[in-house]
Design a binder for this molecule. Structure first.
Ligand code: ADP
Ligand code: MG
Length: 250
């Protein structure tokens, strides 16, 4: 059984607005590190945000961990969101807080009033946070403010924070597009290693085709809300890329 199954997914942001996703189908299996590539504006962020209903689809079905995502009531949706770790392009850290507190906030998902809940963290939470900070190579930075770190280090905090949720699926929206090429490689390698160790599948928007080819086992190509390619990375041909990126070339 697929961890995530998406069928005929359609999105409009407003009734009369354009259709942004035009009937997308795909599955994510347990050991997938799946890249979604495509030009800017193709609908990659929209697609990923539908999975945990940060965007409400207008049609189609999303089955995540055996649950019909579109049918979930608010409480069940909160619980489902806790199972989905999200890693963002701009890191979305709270700059004034320490690295440790940013990581601990992962325990709360990404809704709710973070700061007022901090005193409720258990010793286990703190031990777990320290373990993940060590895993991402930030043991020496635990007490620093988030805004004292470099971009690559900030994204490592973002990764540790997502892991605190004990996620069953990782969603990554352009996790390296704010980073330079060498750091991007390191961050992608780290995410792939950890996803493998923890056996968490990942769905990763990425506009850098080379990174997708290097790190992801499967690739979906989106163009203007339509799926143009879906297959194992090694089967992606130059002609497929021309098809996916045609609008940019013209
Ligand atoms: N909140 C929104 N309201 C209205 N239109 C949006 C919103 N978010 C994205 N869009 C539009 O949807 C299209 C796809 O955007 P997006 O999913 O961000 O693409 P990508 O991540 O591939 O660059 C774009 O035309 C964008 O302007
Ligand atoms: Mg995007």
């Amino acid at each position: 059984m697929a961890v995530l199954s998406v069928r005929n997914l359609k999105v409009r942001y407003s009734g009369k607005g354009p259709e942004i996703l035009k009937g997308i189908d795909f599955d994510v299996e347990g050991d997938d590190f799946l890249a979604i590539i495509g030009p800017s504006g193709a609908g990659k962020s929209t697609l990923i945000r539908c999975v945990n209903r940060l965007v409400e689809p207008t049609d189609g079905t999303i089955t995540l961990l055996d649950q019909d995502v579109r049918a979930l009531k608010p409480r069940a949706l909160r619980e489902l969101r806790r199972d989905v770790g999200m890693i963002f392009q701009e890191f979305n850290l709270i700059n004034r807080m320490s690295v440790m507190d940013n990581v601990l906030s992962g325990r709360l998902g990404y809704t709710g009033n973070l700061r007022s809940l901090f005193r409720h963290f258990t010793k286990d939470d703190i031990r777990q946070a320290l373990d993940f900070l060590e895993r991402v190579g930030l043991s020496d930075h635990v007490d620093k403010r988030a805004d004292e770190l470099s971009g690559g280090q900030r994204q490592r905090v973002g990764i540790a924070r997502a892991l605190m949720q004990q996620p069953k699926l990782l969603l990554l929206d352009e996790p390296t597009s704010a980073l330079d090429p060498k750091i991007s490689q390191e961050v992608m390698a780290l995410i792939r290693e950890i996803a493998k160790e923890l056996r968490v599948p990942a769905l990763c928007n990425i506009h850098d085709v080379q990174l997708a080819k290097e790190f992801c086992n499967r690739i979906i190509g989106l163009q203007d809300g339509i799926k143009k390619f879906d297959g194992e990375t090694r089967t992606l041909r130059d002609a497929d890329l021309e098809d996916i990126y045609a609008m940019e070339v013209l």
